[in-house]
Design a protein around this ligand. Structure first.
Ligand code: BGC
Length: 270
């Protein structure tokens, strides 16, 4: 990305559209999750950074709190019910109210052709990407409804909620599921003034893509699939999430916002 094009935190962030909000970002220590945690904090939210098995969060929490914000790190495997329940309990206790902005961002992928897909890999991807989103959404919704507080759930899905991707059948199944799960609960939760929105990134420069980023030929091939001509940055996805989460998006629920440089426009089609 041209540095000239890349803005650190755009002007509207200074409006602090998320003042007073309590956010929880799963997989918040790296990539899109990390950029989202930083953006939420910059816009005034208190932020819970969920992570698993990484040393990065402590430093991130320090950064988030540097400008007077409130942040905490909570290690939890989002696919394990007791850990998720405990994470939300802690978040509520330490932030003084229910999480009203959940970003279901934790996700994993590892390619296998169908015929070589181990059941354990299939299950793990579905467990983290979909069951994790379900468990976190359920905890968030339970306390929001109990307290009559409005809120927003953002499912970070993917262009692969619509684009089939050979060798990633588990991942595509998980992202398609995340979308229809999100749409269904958007209907259930609307009467409680809880919105549910999918933000679907395309090819973004993040650790999940490190193999691709390090291989110029592979990267060129991917960039050919993007009308905008380049991979995206985590901050660009975070900006969409911040908008979706804020008051300007009051009337947006159940939809998917693609942040993909046009990848879903089938650029190779004739
Ligand atoms: C995946 C990336 C991939 C991108 C576009 C994302 O959901 O995590 O690995 O590059 O979709 O295919």
């Amino acid at each position: 990305m041209d540095t000239a094009e890349k803005q650190p935190i755009p002007e509207q962030a200074q409006r602090r559209r998320l003042d007073g909000r309590r956010a929880l970002v799963t997989g918040g220590a790296s990539g899109i999750g990390r950029a989202t945690a930083m953006r939420m904090a910059a816009e005034g939210a208190a932020v819970v950074v969920n992570y698993i098995g990484s040393a990065e969060p402590a430093q991130l929490v320090g950064e988030l709190e540097r400008d007077g914000g409130r942040a905490l790190e909570v290690e939890a495997d989002v696919s394990v019910e007791e850990q998720v329940v405990e994470m939300f309990r802690r978040a509520r206790a330490e932030l003084g109210g229910p999480v009203d902005l959940l970003v279901n961002n934790a996700g994993i992928e590892k390619p296998f052709p169908l015929t070589e897909m181990p059941l354990a890999e299939w299950r793990r991807v579905l467990d983290v990407n979909v069951t994790g989103a379900f468990l976190c959404a359920r905890e968030a919704a339970r306390s929001l409804i109990a307290e009559g507080t409005p809120g927003v759930i953002v499912n970070v899905s993917s262009v692969h909620e619509v684009i089939p991707w050979p060798r990633f059948s588990h991942y595509c199944a998980s992202k398609g599921a995340m979308k229809l799960f999100g749409q269904t609960i958007a209907r259930e939760l609307a009467p409680h003034r809880i919105r549910v929105v999918m933000v679907a990134p395309g090819a973004i420069v993040t650790p999940i893509n490190k193999e691709l980023i390090g291989d110029p030929e592979k990267r060129r091939q991917v960039e050919e699939q993007i009308p905008w001509g380049r991979m995206g940055e985590s901050e660009e996805v975070a900006a969409a999430i911040a908008w979706v989460a804020g008051p300007d998006a009051e009337y947006v629920t159940g939809s998917t916002i693609f942040v993909d440089g046009g990848m879903t426009l089938y650029p190779r089609f004739v």
